[in-house]
Design a protein around this ligand. Structure first.
Ligand SMILES: NC(=O)C1=CN([C@@H]2O[C@H](COP(=O)(O)OP(=O)(O)OC[C@H]3O[C@@H](n4cnc5c(N)ncnc54)[C@H](OP(=O)(O)O)[C@@H]3O)[C@@H](O)[C@H]2O)C=CC1
Ligand SMILES: N[C@@H](C=O)C(=O)O
Length: 262
């Protein structure tokens, strides 16, 4: 059976960086790279094949479109591979006054950051086995309901909560789930996000990290099977103030209570 990795959002930023690290260091036969921009995927696929000898499958798909998820599902069903690692990095955020912002943009944030991430995770767990793992790209924004980033921070709270709970459910199958929660990272994310709120992002830029820094910590945390990975000391402190340990404790308690009575 073929061992594969799947990375969404592979055309730029964290997804691209993580895809390269997987190709470098993971024992896989094939890497599926997913995003909309085909030319970017072709470029990355070439780099990965030439430098690391890993076969790539390029899937130029809009994950907001349900048909894209069907295509991935059909391909998995026809090949029945063993998914060693799934990375859900596709996502975007737009700042602004939620009641004044375009509704479609906000709905799309929910569809991509939450719905597509959930659907792909749910599809892929059917093709995972002991030793497989899932790396979800959440955000420190998931710890804090942020005014003027209301929908985005809510989508990341979903990713964080879903991933923390799922990690307990999948433990019995030997599958790890890690939620990466970075603070601001210097990627194309801010080209989209900054449309409405330059001032806010000037503050964020004081704490900005390079994608390389975040990718390295993401892989390290994933390999240690950490449920929540927060890169950098400032963001770690912020996440603790915003309740990281309380969330972790209540999730463990909820799991123990469920197990006792079921
Ligand atoms: N940068 C930051 O400060 C932080 C980012 N994050 C999260 O990290 C993740 C990656 O973001 P980052 O790398 O920074 O930003 P980028 O903008 O560099 O990457 C976003 C990726 O998502 C893909 N994407 C966007 N829309 C779609 C779509 N409809 N269908 C499929 N793929 C799509 C993009 O590819 P394409 O356009 O080709 O489709 C791109 O590859 C996101 O989930 C983001 O929320 C979390 C914390 C901080
Ligand atoms: N963490 C960043 C995005 O998710 C931010 O808060 O801008």
């Amino acid at each position: 059976m073929k061992n594969i990795g799947i990375v969404t959002g592979a055309s730029s930023g964290l997804g691209k960086g993580i895809a390269i690290e997987i190709a470098k260091g993971f024992d896989i036969d094939e890497l599926w790279l997913i995003a909309r921009r085909k030319e970017r995927l072709v470029e990355l696929g070439k780099e990965i094949y030439e430098n690391y000898g890993v076969n790539v499958v390029l899937m130029s798909l809009d994950l907001i479109d349900e048909k894209s998820l069907q295509k991935i599902s059909e391909r998995l069903e026809s090949q029945k591979p063993n998914i060693k690692i799934l990375v859900n990095s596709s996502g975007f955020g737009v700042m602004g006054d939620s009641s004044e912002m375009n509704r479609k943009v906000q709905e799309d944030m929910i569809l991509l950051n939450c719905k597509a991430l959930f659907s792909l995770t749910n599809i892929c767990t059917n093709y995972m086995s002991r030793g497989s793992g899932i790396l979800q790209i959440a955000s420190v924004a998931g710890f804090c309901p942020q005014p003027y980033f209301a929908v985005y921070s809510a989508t990341k709270a979903f990713v964080l909560s879903y991933s923390m709970a799922l990690s307990k459910e999948l433990k019995k199958r030997g599958i790890s789930v890690s939620a990466l929660c970075p603070g601001p990272v210097n990627t194309e994310f801010f080209d989209i996000c900054e449309r409405d709120a330059k001032m806010e992002n000037m503050i964020k830029k004081m704490f900005i990290k390079s994608p390389n820094f975040v990718v390295k910590r993401a892989i390290k945390g994933y390999l240690k099977k950490k449920t929540v990975i927060v890169p950098g000391i400032t963001m770690k402190l912020l996440s603790i103030i915003e309740g990281l340990y309380i969330k972790q404790l209540s999730s463990i308690l909820a799991y123990k209570i469920y197990k006792k009575f079921n």
